[in-house]
Design a protein. Structure first.
Length: 137
């Protein structure tokens, strides 16, 4: 891979599909895609600094991500549109303000990329022009 960020729907999906292909070719432990923080969507900490933006990890055939209760409802609706995907694990530690979600996703790189792009928009509320970064492969 030679590029690691994109901010249009077509380029993001190509970037995500390329990242999945590189992850599989390299047999890397995981890949991580991140979106920069948006204080209006992600909130701020006690000092007024933006909280981290959302991230999605992929390993072999599993997505891993964190979601608030509202995001989890939207995520479940999105997953229901992908018959080859299923939520396998929901973990909500007592000291956390959300749920860690594991989704089994057996599909090709393009379908996985489409899911990731839609998740950032529909689950995490990013607009069509959001920028995403592949931060680890």
């Amino acid at each position: 891979m030679t590029r690691f960020d994109a901010d249009t729907p077509t380029e993001r999906r190509k970037l995500f599909a390329d990242a999945v292909a590189a992850h599989r070719e390299r047999a890397s432990p995981y890949l991580t895609i991140e979106v920069p923080a948006d204080p209006d969507l992600d909130g701020v900490d006690e000092e007024g600094d933006p909280l981290p933006g959302p991230w999605i990890q992929f390993t072999e055939r599993t997505f891993n991500l964190d979601a608030t209760d509202e995001e989890l409802d939207r995520l479940k609706a999105l997953v229901s549109e992908f018959p080859e995907f299923r939520i396998d694990q929901l973990e909500s530690p007592e000291n956390a303000e959300g749920t860690n979600v594991r989704i089994t996703a057996r599909s090709d790189a393009n379908r996985l990329a489409g899911f990731v792009d839609r998740a950032f928009q529909e689950v995490y509320g990013r607009d069509e022009g959001y920028r995403a970064w592949v931060t680890a492969i």
